[in-house]
Design a protein around this ligand. Structure first.
Ligand code: AHR
Length: 663
């Protein structure tokens, strides 16, 4: 992240942390800790979009993450000088060289191919190329891998190409296939590689393409996919999708984050270059230090939403980049406004009657998607030129005049009271971001949103938030690089306290999503911590924060009930499912001291004598990892003797959800 942006963020966070530290609530020592729920009437509705996901290409979230492609640098564009991630396979008795060849482009945008020149090879000692994947190729037993590639050969080569998934030393072949019939013209080839049922899972593997006779071959768009979610071509990794679906996300914010803005205007997210056949997608230099293949393009994002039953919250590039440059509002900005209108049309337009809807149909998705929210830019509070007001107004007017039903989100949030918001047009929603130390979230959560005015200000989308453990090691501090990529239970306590605050105030806070969502935990793969879900090529795990969010998002209901907490350190929220009468009482005890908490249910006619408790309690330093993926997870138990007034023993350092049946 550019230095100026980092410095500004540091000052912003520091001032918020200082101003919030006075809000801490101390429990009087003498009185009985009591939590009273007013169940007679709902205080307000719970926003139906309360919990969602935020995503961008950071930490190898897509390439080397959710996007199931296993071949890294498949189009040979990651480095202009070398075919990085590719190596020559040769032995004593075979010889080959590889190089980038700009003279043999596959397409107008895939301008470089890989030239493989084999001077000696035989069936016993083949020669070729190997791809090391994203920190290995994941080998699973009894699995079908789909390979595809474009190839052509120089005159004189008539041999076959052998594709294999093999150990990194080449001694063990896990799966193999052959293709032949290469000609002098580019052509696409496909093959299936099947592993045996007794193969042991490993990431210590590579993908190889070899020949058994001399010749010259060109390769491009070399691809290998394991089985994907819903078996979709160009699709998503199944285990990660399952973890996301298990969060019951109601929306997906994409494509960033700072990834939307880019480090300069040429490196912004240009959606038109991310649609259609992969041969037409050049990819681009992402903001976070590595090239994005854009195999996860705009259509894949909305498809991803559909797969999860979530709605898109689409951010459009708004003329500001992470190098702190902006496009002036007015005629210079107009092409970008038009680009956003085209983008909305691509997602929502009729296949028969609109240009971009028709394009979406040609790209394989005739049905229009539903889109209720569009965000203008990302974190434009970093733009100190005061151009956002004009830029926002120009986007707002254009979008509202064509799509009056769309709610337009301002990326300038984190401002209370309202007069500090400078907008010529009143945004429907403002996006607030909070990266805070767990202890700061714990201090600020009891009263933070309660202090916001109602009815005179836009709704709030907390579009990025996360707790980190050590106040001295913020996500953007260099010191954070040496820490585990996913947070420990201390952070989950801060996160859970913050979620109680957002739930209690969900009349105002209509959407929220943790960020970043995904991290490849291999050394060097990530740029930011903490992150919610960690993985390597083979395995994935949820952080304690992941489980905390899941506890909250899957036990929500549609009504918020007023609560009062006295003489207690517990932070809480209570919601109810109006159809079933179930009350979900969420409690966070961020202290090392347990409590016998009297729970008083006011205004109920009846209550079932047993309730269900979902509890996650651990030492604050405890955490999950690839090796110990479930060290900290919630456990279910039965709560006996539930009455209109009953006692719940709150464990030290715990997050719990009681499901109380009132019918
Ligand atoms: O979530 C990581 C980054 O934090 C996002 O890209 C950006 O919006 C914020 O600064």
């Amino acid at each position: 992240m550019p230095f100026r942006k980092i410095l500004t963020r540091f000052l912003l966070v520091l001032s918020c942390a200082l101003s919030s530290s006075s809000i801490a609530q101390a429990a009087p020592a003498s009185a009985n800790p009591t939590l009273t729920i007013n169940a007679a009437n709902a205080a307000h509705e719970v926003s139906p979009l309360m919990y969602g996901l935020m995503t961008e290409e950071i930490n190898h979230s897509y390439d080397g993450g959710l996007y199931a492609e296993l071949v890294r640098n498949r189009a040979f564009l990651d480095d202009a000088q070398q075919p990085v991630q590719w190596s020559v396979i040769q032995g004593s008795g075979s010889a080959a060289t590889i190089s980038l060849d700009p003279q043999q482009p596959l397409s107008e945008v895939l301008k470089t191919s890989l030239r493989l020149e084999v001077s000696r090879a035989s069936a016993q000692i083949p020669a070729g190329v190997a791809n090391s994947g994203y920190w290995g190729i994941p080998v699973q037993p009894d699995t079908r891998y789909r390979a595809s590639f474009y190839a052509k050969a120089a005159p004189g080569f008539a041999g076959a190409l052998t594709l294999a998934i093999q150990s990194t030393d080449g001694r063990t072949v896990y799966a193999r296939a052959q293709v032949d019939g290469l000609t002098g013209q580019w052509k696409r080839y496909e093959a299936v590689l099947q592993t045996a049922s007794d193969v042991l899972p490993t990431t210590q593997a590579r993908f190889t393409l070899t020949v058994d006779q001399p010749g010259t071959i060109w390769l491009d768009l070399v691809s290998l996919f394991p089985p994907t979610w819903n078996d979709q071509p160009n699709g998503f990794r199944k285990d990660l999708m399952q973890m996301l679906v298990d969060l019951h996300p109601k929306f997906l914010r994409f494509p960033g984050g700072a990834f939307l803005e880019g480090s300069n205007i040429n490196q912004r997210f240009q959606w038109k270059k991310t649609i259609g056949p992969l041969t037409g997608r050049p990819g681009h230099a992402g903001l976070w230090g590595y090239r994005a293949s854009d195999g996860m393009g705009l259509l894949e994002f909305v498809q991803w939403c559909q797969d999860m039953g979530a709605e898109p919250v689409m951010a459009v590039y708004a003329g500001y980049c992470c190098d702190d440059t902006h496009v002036d509002p007015g005629p210079q900005l107009q092409p970008f406004v038009q680009d956003a209108l085209d983008e909305i049309e691509y997602v929502t337009g009729d296949a028969a009657g609109t240009r971009w809807g028709a394009q979406r149909a040609r790209d394989g998705h005739p049905e229009a998607f539903t889109l209720h929210y569009v965000e203008i830019g990302n974190e434009d509070f970093f733009d100190k030129s005061n151009s956002y007001d004009g830029r926002f107004a120009q986007f707002y007017d254009a979008i509202k005049s064509k799509y009056p039903q769309i709610k337009v989100i301002s990326s300038v949030g984190n401002e209370n009271p309202l007069p500090l918001l400078v907008h010529s047009r009143a945004p429907d929603v403002v996006d607030e971001h909070y990266y805070r130390a767990a202890e700061d979230f714990i201090k600020m959560s009891p009263a933070y949103y309660e202090a916001y005015a109602r009815n005179t200000r836009p709704e709030i989308f907390v579009g990025e938030w996360a707790s980190y453990e050590d106040p001295k090691t913020k996500p953007w501090d260099p010191g954070s690089k040496s820490l585990p990529r996913t947070p420990n239970f201390k952070a989950a306590l801060g996160d859970a306290a913050w979620m109680t605050a957002m739930e209690r105030n969900s009349d105002l806070v209509v959407m929220n999503c943790y960020a970043p969502l995904l991290v490849n935990v291999n050394p060097g793969a990530s740029q930011w911590r903490p992150d919610l879900i960690g993985y390597d090529a083979l395995h994935a795990f949820g952080s304690p924060s992941y489980y905390a969010i899941r506890m909250f998002s899957t036990n929500l209901g549609d009504e918020c009930l007023a609560i009062a907490v006295s003489a207690s350190s517990v932070q809480a929220s209570a919601t109810r499912d109006s159809r079933t009468g179930e009350i979900f009482l969420k409690m966070v005890n961020p202290t090392p001291v347990g409590e016998s908490l009297q729970i008083q249910l006011d205004g109920i006619n009846s209550v079932q004598p047993t309730a269900t408790a979902l509890t996650m309690a651990a030492d604050p330093t405890a955490t999950n990892s690839l090796d110990h993926p479930t060290a900290v997870i919630p456990v279910t138990s039965t709560v006996p003797d539930v009455k209109p007034l009953f006692v719940w023993h709150v464990s030290p350092n715990s997050i719990s959800v009681l499901t109380i049946k009132t019918r």
